[in-house]
Ligand binder design. Structure first.
Ligand code: PLP
Length: 426
């Protein structure tokens, strides 16, 4: 199909914001597939931007949007409505230690609110994150984001620190355990901070950072370090929340309940909805200190109704369990590719959040290989990477919808294998 006219208009009028645009123009989407106007079909192995956990155009979500938009869409920000309270209540049922919630639109916004909340209730202002983190593009969230976006925009917020996340595949120092590295990092923080450490913000699996899965025990040790310093632990489950890793929340694996939990991407299954959840004690202190995070779309009924339906479907259809089942199948398929192709260095992840890391091969570096494979995969009908050139550092991130079928998992693996063969070995 000739889409040169579309690209001409796009080049003329679109402001770029993150590398090249993908040369595929979806016109509609259904389930795990995207279709362009000419009917070309692409398997969406990234759930859009890691969000569409129910696939695209899920009939119950479509019906919910239609119904709620016609009933009650947006309100004055100090008004509450039934879907909003019902969603907060349902979230509390899933994380009983965090029974208080506010609803926002994006992940960055939720983290912004979480950071502000942590600063207010602790009376301190220093925020620590991982050096491979991604928490959003707004001020406080961006200041705690170290994976990208720190150049050319002047000073970041003062009082932000980063420590390295443990990387089992590429350890920084041979023979040094993650615990030694973590203890050492906190000793360094103690020396460099001004005694105002308010919070640590972490993704349980660092996604943009290259699918770095925090090892079992790490969150517990991190929570202990936070407790010892009167810091709050904020967990950002934008990508890991709502079933993707095989549990409703990734933190459940470790038995560590954060002081503040942020959910976004997956909560709205692709529609803009995020949540900040916290304990009664923190909520009480915040209200006492007149916490302010007043936005246009705070606690809007339309996205709340969607979130409520998403949780209902995920629980009713056992989609977290399904993420484990399909994730096991996907991991086995990817490991099969690893055995077949020397250029694949590592396969890792949890549930349906997987990473495939290339290594230098045949005179090409891992990033070049990853980008080439991504391009060929798309030509073959598979969308399977989201961090484009430069930033990917050779890691493909694969996160199909939780509704993906066995046949679609197998098709994705087959197309990826074909793409590696074509891009690297021919
Ligand atoms: C872990 C994590 N947190 C926060 C964000 C920011 O979310 P948003 O882009 O919705 O602001 C992202 C986005 O990729 C993310 O991966």
């Amino acid at each position: 199909m000739d889409d040169s006219g579309f690209w001409q208009r796009a080049r003329r009028h679109m402001l770029g914001y993150g590398g090249d645009f993908v040369r595929f123009v979806p016109a509609h989407a259904q389930g795990s597939f995207l279709y362009d106007a000419g009917g070309r079909k692409v398997l969406d192995f990234t759930s859009g931007q890691m969000s569409a956990i129910l696939g695209h155009a899920h009939p119950e979500i479509v019906a919910t949007v239609r119904d709620q938009a016609g009933r009650l869409d947006h309100l004055f920000s100090s008004m509450l409505s039934e879907p909003v309270v019902a969603l907060a209540e349902r979230l509390a049922g899933l994380a009983p230690d965090l029974p208080r919630a506010m609803l926002l639109s994006t992940g960055g916004e939720a983290n912004e609110a979480a950071i502000r909340l942590a600063k207010l209730v602790t009376g301190k202002w220093e925020i620590v994150g991982f050096a491979q983190s991604w928490h959003g593009m707004t001020g406080g969230a961006a200041a705690a984001t170290y994976k990208a976006g720190r150049r050319g925009i002047g000073p970041m917020l003062p009082g932000n620190f980063a420590i390295p996340a443990p990387n089992a595949y590429r350890p920084r120092f041979a023979g040094v355990s993650w615990r030694e590295e973590l203890d050492d990092a906190f000793e360094w923080l103690d020396r460099t901070c001004t005694g105002n450490l308010a919070a640590f913000i972490a993704e349980p699996v660092l996604s943009s950072g290259g699918i770095i899965d925090l090892p079992v025990g790490y969150l517990n040790a991190l929570a202990e370090h936070c407790r010892a310093r009167g810091m709050l632990l904020i967990l950002d489950e934008a990508q890991t929340g709502v079933g993707r890793t095989g549990l409703m929340f990734a933190f459940e694996r470790d038995g560590v309940v954060p002081d503040i939990l942020t959910l976004s991407k997956t909560l709205g299954a692709g529609l803009p909805l995020s949540a900040v959840m916290t304990s009664d004690a923190i909520a009480a202190e915040a209200e006492h200190r007149e916490f302010l995070f007043y936005t246009t779309h705070v606690n809007d009924p339309l996205p709340a109704a969607v979130g409520l339906k998403v949780l209902e479907i995920v629980q009713r259809d056992g989609l977290a369990e399904r993420a484990t089942l399909m994730g096991t199948r996907l991991a086995a398929g990817l490991r099969g590719l690893q055995q077949r192709y020397e250029c694949i260095g590592d396969v890792r992840g949890r549930g349906l959040l997987m990473g495939l890391e290339f290594r230098s091969f045949g005179g090409r570096d891992a990033g070049t290989i990853s980008d080439a494979v991504t391009d060929v995969a798309l030509e073959l009908g598979l969308s399977a990477n989201i961090v484009r050139a430069g930033a990917s550092q050779g890691v493909m991130r694969i996160a199909p919808p939780l509704t993906v079928t066995e046949e679609e998992v197998d098709l994705g693996v087959e197309l990826l294998g074909e793409a590696v063969g074509k891009a690297v070995y021919r």
